[in-house]
Design a binder for this molecule. Sequence first.
Ligand code: NAP
Length: 284
Amino acid sequence: MQIKGTTKLLGIIGDPIEHSKSPLIQNAAIEALKLDYVYIPFLVKKEDLETVLKGFQAINLVGFNVTIPHKENIIPFLTNVSKYAKKIGAVNTVWLTKNGWQGTNTDIDGFIAPLKELNRDWHNILPLVIGAGGASRAVIVGLEQLGCEEIRVVGRNFQKLNAFKDSFLYSCLNCRISVYGWHQIGDLIPHSDLIVNTTPLGMYPNIDISPLTKEQNSLVKPNVIAYDLIYTPRPTLFLQEVQKQGGIIIDGSEMLVQQGAKAFEIWTGKKPSIEIMSKALLFS
Ligand code: NAP
């Protein structure tokens, strides 16, 4: 990649930002298409967000990704927010227009991309979502978009779970959300067609941990789909155990690549190579 006087700027803001894989996968896609762009990580403190946005606008930065802790806080600074980002209450992709900054959330596209390939009758699929944090919100909206009619969410803190459920009250979701305590996982597993782990349980370096106990793992349906948002390691212990039971497994790498690909398309108007982005992630 050659940076010239004409090179257009893309990037990602967050704090911390050093761990982000997005510069790797985005710059690989830029290089493959020989586009005159560069994607840079920016460490941005919460208190500097507004100043940074003004600076980005002044230098005509084309667009950027948003990660923790700015996904929600950035919304008041945007001129327009997509209906999906509004439903989730978080933005991960921003781009500059003549009317100001526009924002959306491509995590939904990223999450559902590998599920769409399975060609299921989603109206008859009963999903169980483990965890009720930020990523879980994109999972819920994604599952609603696929057509799931009921979504069960399990978490360790009932107060947070109820607040999570209530936060969707005005989102006009076409599905029912029911929440359950952690102790109920064992009863829910045998009835679940899709189990999504949205907690960090099992993420590097805690690779010997799983959200399910060995006994709970043995209760999964034989044709269950297990989806872990974690992408290091690939697969997690949770996915390894489900695979042993004959289930279909999906790790978080495709979600990461697909949400990035969607953002890339918004900024550049070009479809990036999913294969090249995945390889960049795999060999990182
Ligand atoms: P988050 O907002 O902090 O939410 C984490 C959730 O996990 C919360 O509900 C939290 O419960 C729960 N949790 C944390 N530790 C737990 C434990 N020991 N036992 C039970 N529950 C626990 O984080 P996030 O942004 O949603 O990210 C969650 C995971 O998804 C991370 O592993 C992240 O890397 C991954 N992710 C992947 C992608 C991708 O593209 N593949 C995208 C986004 C996120 P409390 O609320 O009770 O603390």
